[in-house]
Ligand binder design. Structure first.
Ligand code: PAF
Length: 290
């Protein structure tokens, strides 16, 4: 097992990745680079992305950067958990080659760039409606990370389903030469999707938050009878838990992420967001309608 290398500058990352590729080529190893972009505060969901990354290439890079562009005023940028030492230890145990952990000056040497990737209509819906500018900021930094690392593959989690959709579309629209791999959501035994923000929940809120997945499961079971019935089933389950304040619950077409009409039958995704106390949680599942 090789030791993990923590790199904080773009120039050093380029040098080290060049060396890693050369030495893999010399020894007949796998020269493909796989990037797992994260904001740190790693949990088992991130480690599932890392494990998938190892199946996709021989040089695994995990980026850790709490991206200021994707936080709005009044959001948790300053309080977002920063746990670099623990993250590096966890990634070392997963045999990751490189952690790229730049600071904001390295990523934005002239201050925040004027150039932005815009997420378009889908970027203004659901999470984008609740967090204006979030997806433009997320896509801009993902585009920068793809430009810096130039990975063969980049791995994202399905838990942030709208994010994964928008990243895939950006890569297609802008002819970025990286493939996007999306890994299924990792859940606690009670169904709650793993998230760095779960650590904000106290015990009672944590139990209440499990209702979200119970609502999604109720929708999956009712999906046979169509979108309206599935939404009613999920609403009823979630509304029974007063600590969960629903923000949106929508059924969307997987190829457009736009809401489906009630006569639609076929594959779909159910997206949900809710607040539990001050913590905003999101989740999604696939459905087969009709
Ligand atoms: O999902 C995240 O952690 C972030 O949105 C990402 C993709 C690392 C971009 O900052």
């Amino acid at each position: 097992m090789s030791t993990i290398q923590v790199v904080s500058t773009i120039a050093e990352l380029h040098d080290r990745l060049g060396q890693a590729r050369d030495s893999a080529a010399l020894t007949g190893g796998d020269t493909r680079i796989v990037l797992v972009p994260t904001m740190g505060a790693l949990h088992a969901g991130h480690l599932a992305l890392v494990r998938r990354a190892h199946t996709l290439g021989g040089i695994v890079v995990v980026s850790i950067f709490v991206n200021p562009l994707q936080f709005g005023a009044g959001e948790d940028l300053d309080n977002y958990p920063r746990t670099l030492d623990a993250d590096v230890a966890a990634l070392g145990a997963e045999n990751v080659s490189f952690v790229f952990a730049p600071n904001a000056r390295e990523m934005f040497p002239g201050g925040e760039s004027d150039t932005r990737v815009t997420a378009g209509l889908v970027g203004s819906l659901y999470e984008g409606a609740a967090r204006p500018g979030h997806f433009d900021g997320m896509l801009t930094v993902v585009a920068k990370l793809l430009g810096i690392v130039t990975p063969d593959v980049a791995v994202f989690g399905q838990k942030d389903g709208q994010q994964a959709f928008l990243v895939r579309r950006m890569v297609d629209d802008l002819n970025v030469r990286s493939t996007i791999e999306v890994v299924e959501t990792v859940r606690e035994p009670g169904g709650l999707a793993l998230s760095s923000r779960n650590r904000y929940l106290d015990h009672e809120q944590h139990t209440a938050a499990q209702t979200l997945f119970a609502g999604l499961t109720a929708a999956v079971e009712a999906a046979e009878t169509g979108p309206a019935a599935a939404l009613v089933a999920a609403h009823a389950r979630i509304a029974a838990q007063p600590l969960v304040k629903l923000d949106y619950l929508v059924i969307v077409h997987p190829e457009t992420l736009l809401t489906v009409h009630d006569d639609y039958r076929g594959p779909a995704r159910l997206l949900v967001a809710a607040r539990v106390g001050k913590t905003r949680l999101i989740d999604n599942v696939s459905l087969c309608l009709g």
